[in-house]
Design a protein around this ligand. Sequence first.
Ligand code: UDP
Length: 416
Amino acid sequence: MSELLDKYREIAGEDVVHHLIQLAQPLRGMKIIHVNSTREGGGVAEILHKLVPLMKTLDLDVRWEVIKGNQVFFQCTKGFHNALQGFSVGISPNMLENYEKTNMENAEELRQALEEADLVFIHDPQPAYLIEACPNRRGKWIWRCHIDCSRPYRPIWKYLKKIVQKYDASIFSLAEFAQALPHPQYLIPPSIDPLSEKNIDLPQEEIDAVFTRFNLNPDLPLIVQVSRFDRFKDPLGVIEAYRMVKKFVPLQLVLAGGSASDDPEGKVVLDEVLRAANGEPDIHVLALPPDSHRTINALQRASDIVLQKSIKEGFGLTVAEAMWKGKPVIGGDTGGIRLQVIDHFTGFKVRTPEGAALRIRYLLHRRDTLEAMGLRARRLVSENFLVTRHLRDYLALMIGIISGLEDRIDVARWRS
Ligand code: UDP
């Protein structure tokens, strides 16, 4: 079929691609829209950049729209995000009013496409209110939540739930994130794209070049965390863990992160991180532009161990990215990290800086174990967290939703 599909065939196998082609057939001609709130930065944009072109390659009529908003809008939606992840956040009635108004304004441009679409995927809370602006919608609307909402802050969830329950279905990444809602809930973990700049194999010179470029010492073990500067990613906990290890083993730390245009807190947290790093020469805090995919790829490949010490995590694409590169991950024992980091097998789950420090020392002293874990980590991602599996789940879900209450779906019959 297409060159792109041939490339996925090489990585994921002929059967997997054949399955995608079969599942896509009944959906041809249907109008599908994804809506989120940023084109760059963060996991949702990362996923849509890969999933949408792959759907197009399967001849699906799919588009991706991004809503716009002012600073107050994004402060409010970041508040939603923090509240869904369990923080008690106060959001004023004025901010809620602005949230609703912003969605209504965005709907002016998008209404026709949204109302005509057969399947509308709304990602996260930012554009969720669009459903209120489309009373004449004719398709199925699905709310896709990427956030760890296992224990949401109730007053804010109560507000959002009133909106979300108008949807025909919702998707969460893990069973523990599912909520009491009056519609079907689907579980689909995210994925990484092995063909993206972020994940393709790199020549060794390009990996080595990051040492010179960022003034790293090629003779010292390197631990890396890649994340937006966000408190839930616990960059300060990573610095603490690094300092505990440093007392016993020489090593260096890279904290690499950029900003996302829908995340107004990044600058404040970056300043906190810089203060905590206190100019220490072996702590490298890198604020990278949003298109630094190859640089991040090279940093992950150059590392000995990757950390993702989040205290809440919807999935943690950075974990899958590192594991795909054969790196064991020491990750926070939370949310989507639990799907990927299997203790003593693909890495270690930790709850404290002390725990992270202990596991870093353990792995740096046992290179064989570190490498064996890395190999298993790559295999786990290859079997579970590639974009081909993700797309298969989406296609199956769309067929299921369109088929409604039929208790048996015969895809072959549908096709003919
Ligand atoms: N990322 C990036 N530049 C950065 C920080 C992160 O490209 O400076 C990417 C990272 O490689 C991953 C995504 O953004 O692909 C973050 O997704 P994740 O699920 O780990 O976290 P989120 O930001 O969605 O909470």
